[in-house]
Design a protein around this ligand. Structure first.
Ligand code: HEM
Ligand code: HEM
Length: 179
């Protein structure tokens, strides 16, 4: 039975979705803006460290997001998705969920294994890492972090374009369910 077209994701799921979308854009914008500042400048340190903490906030919210998703299945799309479209949507959603966990963890490991501590912005304080540092190992995590960052420009872009396509071309309720 198709769900009524007025049915939406729960308000918590919608809030988390859009808040996290903004935080993802902020995480990208902060780190990409670092080249605007000279190497040793305090602004550069601030944008890089803010990137770390925005990323960690994304990781923390990801647990609430998955918990909410497990409590409430999304309302159906009318008309329902079939075959390849359905598979493409499910695959993309799994990839996006995985990204919300894997990307911050890779970043966190990069910082900890390279520097041996996570700095707290605007303070002299840092959270220590109990294990040894290792530049070459840290570089592997950093490369993976940067690779995923590059791949997910396209995955996130595809996801956003798909939402717009559903709304304006297929004219279904996919996007309205998330608003
Ligand atoms: C979903 C969250 C995150 C996203 C989308 C993200 C994205 C990015 C991007 C786009 C870059 C730059 C890649 C490049 O220049 O080629 C980057 C670099 C980096 N990120 Fe993240 N990141 C996230 C979370 C984190 C977290 C939580 C940490 C650490 C706690 C972190 C640490 C780093 C480090 C150390 C670099 C290298 C910075 C440098 O080269 O100066 N990231 N990240
Ligand atoms: C800014 C542009 C974005 C738009 C227009 C958008 C739109 C939507 C819409 C309409 C849905 C419902 C799709 C459906 O149920 O089939 C959805 C779901 C989802 N979105 Fe986004 N989104 C955006 C950004 C993001 C970002 C940045 C992420 C995370 C990296 C994300 C992660 C997800 C996930 C994981 C779901 C699946 C929810 C579920 O479990 O059903 N979205 N999005």
């Amino acid at each position: 039975m198709g769900a009524p077209s007025s049915e939406r994701y729960t308000s918590r799921a919608r809030w988390l979705h859009w808040l996290m979308a903004v935080l993802i854009i902020a995480a990208y914008a902060l780190i990409l803006s670092r080249t605007q500042f000279s190497k040793a400048s305090e602004y550069r340190v601030l944008v890089v460290q803010s990137h770390f903490w925005v990323g960690l906030l994304i990781l923390a919210l990801a647990f609430f997001r998955v918990a909410e998703r497990r409590r409430h299945s999304p309302p159906g799309i009318t008309p329902p998705l079939e075959g390849v479209l359905r598979l493409a949507a499910t695959t993309t959603h799994y990839a996006l969920y995985a990204f919300l966990f894997v990307q911050p963890v890779l970043g966190f490991l990069t910082v900890m294994i390279e520097k041996g501590a996570l700095p707290i912005p605007l303070t002299e304080l840092q959270i220590p890492w109990p294990f040894a540092t290792d530049d070459r190992f840290a570089e592997r995590f950093e490369d993976l972090h940067k690779l995923l960052a590059s791949i997910f420009y396209y995955v996130i872009g595809l996801h956003a374009v798909a939402a717009i396509w559903h709304h304006f071309v297929r004219k279904d309720n996919t996007l309205r369910r998330m608003l």
